[in-house]
Ligand binder design. Structure first.
Ligand SMILES: Cc1cc2nc3c(=O)[nH]c(=O)nc-3n(C[C@H](O)[C@H](O)[C@H](O)COP(=O)(O)O)c2cc1C
Length: 371
């Protein structure tokens, strides 16, 4: 029976344990370039079986939040190289979460102050985080997006490919495509955000095309064993919704199985909220999605997230519902989460006020056991 603390090989990468640090945007990389404070933060958490980096923008157009890192400039690649080196020297592994935020952005964060882009010109009732020149910060409404033209879609797929190549250059062990939480990939997937009438819209097979184009382009570039995807079948994050999530995600699982990915990462319920949240009249059947993936010969590991604690994590592995458990907030407040879970120690409480932006406070100063 699988144990949280057993090593596991996923695709081309071997992990020391099955406790995964989830992607956590912390908005502490001015100019989109990782810095020495970021290096220290990730180094402190390297005992995770795998760290998934905070959402990292593939281009300036893919940016939706102030002081979030990118991977499109030489400086950012160099900054990330310091992070990956520190994690590797501490015995850890790290994937880069690649994001294009699509409509979840503000004009002030976009090149030339242009509107953000999206599958369809539908504004999200959602907020983004901005830092002003005087250092103050705020959460503000996202801007009205403009619809992507077909040739622009091809060029964003190419941007994803290039970003994956740059992530490997920066020393990452692989990349996780951000297909969750209402960002661009998710916007294409959902009937609520995608009203296109071309090959990228309409029936679910068309809405899924963008995601598979990105998965294909990245897999070919860096190898499927270093490629992974994060999905959130029912999360309403960033005003996203779909009429038939079960049919959509069963279909994705049945087609993703062809790619030999390192892992498929599924957020259960509303991200950071209710684990049994549902969209529509039926509860979402995660087991059906997982079974569909393996029945169609999927070979990647299955990673689950959202509201896991030690016992839920142990149960999920014992019942073979998952191979990897991803923890988000517990890793913010507990750099030594793996050790604490091993000895069943109490966890530090999370300071909500220091999550986004700021300095080392609430970032690199959480205490470790015996530290
Ligand atoms: C501060 C913060 C930042 C987050 N940033 C990201 C992100 O960059 N990418 C992403 O996919 N999810 C992000 N999430 C969601 C988490 O990865 C995770 O899904 C969520 O916290 C639920 O897991 P948990 O209950 O273990 O915290 C973020 C959550 C928090 C609290």
């Amino acid at each position: 029976m699988a144990n949280l603390f057993d090593p596991i090989t996923i695709g081309d990468v071997t992990l020391e344990n099955r406790i995964i640090m989830g992607p956590l945007m912390r908005n502490r990389s001015p100019d989109a370039v990782p810095n020495e404070l970021n290096v220290e933060y990730y180094r402190q958490r390297a005992s995770a079986g795998l760290i998934i980096s905070e959402a990292t923008a593939i281009t300036e157009q893919g940016q939706g939040y102030s002081h979030a890192p990118g991977i499109y400039s030489d400086e950012a690649v160099e900054g990330w190289r310091h992070v990956t080196t520190a994690v590797h020297e501490s015995g850890g592994k790290i994937f880069c979460q690649l994001v294009h935020v699509g409509r979840i952005s503000h004009k002030s964060l976009q090149p030339f102050g242009d509107p953000p882009v999206a599958p369809s010109p539908i504004q999200a009732r959602a907020k983004t985080f901005v830092v002003y020149s005087d250092g103050s910060s705020d959460f503000i409404e996202t801007s009205m997006p403009r619809q992507l033209k077909p040739y622009e879609i091809s060029s964003i797929i190419e941007d994803f490919r290039r970003a994956a190549a740059r992530a490997m250059e920066a020393g990452f062990d692989g990349v996780e495509i951000h297909g969750a939480n209402g960002y661009l990939v998710d916007q294409f997937l959902r009937s609520g955000a995608n009203q296109r009438t071309d090959l990228y819209g309409g029936p679910l097979e068309n809405r899924a095309r963008f995601m598979f184009d990105v998965v294909g382009a990245i897999s070919r570039e860096i190898g499927p064993g270093r490629t992974a995807i994060r999905l959130s079948p029912v999360a309403p994050s960033n005003d996203i919704h779909d009429d038939k999530p079960q049919a959509l995600f069963n279909y994705l699982a049945s087609q993703l199985s062809a790619y030999d990915l390192a892992y498929v990462h599924v957020i259960e319920g509303a991200t950071g909220g209710d684990r049994v949240y549902q969209q529509g009249p039926e509860p979402f059947n995660y087991e059906e999605m997982r079974e569909t993936y393996y029945r169609t010969d999927g070979s990647g590991a299955w990673m689950v997230n959202n509201g896991y604690d030690r016992q839920l994590a142990i149960d999920a592995l014992e019942k073979e519902r998952a191979d990897l458990i991803c923890f988000g907030r517990p890793f913010v407040a507990n750099p030594d989460l793996v050790r604490r879970l091993r000895i069943n120690a109490q966890l530090n409480a999370l300071d909500q006020r220091t999550l986004f932006g700021g300095d080392e406070k609430g970032y690199t100063d959480y205490p470790v056991l015996g530290g």
